[in-house]
Design a protein around this ligand. Sequence first.
Ligand SMILES: NC(=O)c1ccc[n+]([C@@H]2O[C@H](COP(=O)([O-])OP(=O)(O)OC[C@H]3O[C@@H](n4cnc5c(N)ncnc54)[C@H](OP(=O)(O)O)[C@@H]3O)[C@@H](O)[C@H]2O)c1
Length: 280
Amino acid sequence: MTNSGKPEYKGAIRVGLAGATGWAGSALARAIAQSNDIELVSAVSRTHAGQTLGEALAEPRLTCQVYATAEEALAQACDVFFEFTKPDVAKSNVLAALRHGTHAVIGTSGLTDTDYADIAAAAEEHQRGVLAVGNFALTVVLLQKFAEIAARLIPHWEIIDYAHDDKRDAPSGTVRELAHRLSNVRPSELTVPLEQTQGVPETRGARMAGSQVHSIRLPGYTISAEIIFGMPDQKLSIRHDSGSSAQPYVDGALLAIRKVNSFVGLRRGLDSVIDFVSSP
Ligand SMILES: NC(=O)c1ccc[n+]([C@@H]2O[C@H](COP(=O)([O-])OP(=O)(O)OC[C@H]3O[C@@H](n4cnc5c(N)ncnc54)[C@H](OP(=O)(O)O)[C@@H]3O)[C@@H](O)[C@H]2O)c1
């Protein structure tokens, strides 16, 4: 960022993409191949190291080289390092990117609060922006935003987390993030305290960060999150349903790349760079 606070990108934004051959990363790489203002200058994947990304993804417009590690990829100068691999390497990749003076976007899930504290300190030290986004889908960002507004006005809510039967983690990362955000507003109120529930108290779900959460795992479901607010004689449901493609994540990821140079330090959530008032 310049002293005036204006973005410093000159020409196309040069991106190094770790995880470029994965489910999410390859969809982002293909979208970048079609964009006019972003170019991929390096990619990271152990399996495809030594190839061009175009060879790995059968997309001839992606001419950058694939490297086995982020450190090798970062030898190619870039403006933004994009992390879409696995939590065990994500933190060290992002710290390496900051040492090389690039901004970073983190799409990888599973980093801890300690990881984020270390990344925030490094971002301040190197005067670069890091944007960490647990879910890039715009409709998830809006669900979280609308739920925060509703929670300020309506004290009673419960969250339902739907997913396919073979999803092992419960609740989903999106629902964890939603409960965490609402904990900054207030805890949801229970008219009958859990310990006074008669019958089987577990049927009331789990208490997470001040929200009551119910996880459903059944064949036929993809991923959905629903929050229900209740008041006397009125109810409000806000629900997000994921499709099966990575496209919703791609649009948010491109936005993150374009915005991450507009601040210094760590920001979490795509809403931290969206102008909700004047966006068309
Ligand atoms: N924020 C969001 O909206 C969002 C959306 C989708 C996914 N995600 C998250 O993004 C991450 C990736 O998900 P995915 O479904 O794309 O996973 P995936 O299909 O398994 O792809 C992982 C990618 O990372 C590379 N990789 C893995 N370990 C590596 C290592 N140690 N060093 C270098 N490269 C490594 C893989 O290539 P090699 O195996 O060849 O190294 C591959 O390119 C996950 O944490 C997922 O939860 C977040």
